[in-house]
Design a protein around this ligand. Structure first.
Ligand code: DX5
Ligand code: ZN
Length: 211
């Protein structure tokens, strides 16, 4: 069954504790946390202190998406904050192999994210060592953007990861209609921000996405 990972970027930040509890109760599989530094992407969101502040209010998987430069320097603070999966963009580390090893040694899963124009060839050699690939279906930085289809990339990843324990996740512009397309292409996880948090019933929205 497709997993749903609501992105709290579109949640009510003044009531984060309430939002986290609500999304847990609504049946989310993962909770997606978008960290932005204003350098790698043209927006600033939140960092490790916010993640550790909400960590006590759910046992769901914290799916942390780091849109920050210099991940080598900062990953430890996200481990300490309670991340279950740490996903970084391949551009933001000097040594992907070393970083993957370091995160794994903390008992945390590892994901690599690809911007819409970054080819699979850039991460092919790391696929056997990681747990998740986050395929971006918008340019990273903001919620509420229009879906850019990634079918070719998803299919390529599916083929390459046969026999591996690797999840393919898609992030950006996911709604009732684009979810159908992404699932058809073969994704395992749908990240959705505005579609879930702008809906009246989180439970219904998650159910619709799961299909
Ligand atoms: C974009 C973020 C996404 C974002 C998705 O840079 O990585 O996770 O929150 O938001 P929607 O679902 O509204 O496109
Ligand atoms: Zn994200």
């Amino acid at each position: 069954m497709t997993k749903i990972s609501p992105s709290i970027l579109s949640a009510d930040f003044a009531n984060l504790k309430k939002e986290i509890k609500a999304i847990d109760k609504a049946g989310a599989d993962y909770i997606h946390l978008d960290v932005m530094d204003g350098n790698f992407v043209p927006n600033i969101s939140f960092g490790a202190p916010i993640i550790s502040a909400v960590r006590p209010y759910t046992n769901k998987v914290f799916d942390v998406h780091l849109m920050i430069e210099n991940v080598d320097k900062y990953y430890q603070s996200f481990v300490n904050a309670g991340a279950d999966i740490i996903t970084f963009h391949i551009e933001n580390t000097k040594s992907p192999a070393k970083l993957i090893k370091a995160i794994k040694s903390e008992g945390v899963k590892v994901g690599i994210a690809l911007k819409p124009d970054t080819p699979v060839s850039k991460i092919k050699r790391y696929l056997k060592d990681i747990d998740l690939v986050l395929v971006m279906s918008v340019e990273p930085g903001f919620g509420g953007q229009k879906y850019i289809p990634q079918d070719k990339k998803i299919k390529e990843l599916k083929k390459l990861s046969k026999g591996m324990d690797l999840e393919i996740s898609i992030d950006g512009g996911i709604n009732d209609k684009t979810a159908v397309k992404a699932k058809k292409a073969g994704v395992d996880v749908l990240v959705a921000g505005s579609f879930v948090f702008k809906s009246k019933s989180y439970k219904k929205a998650i159910k619709v996405l799961r299909g």
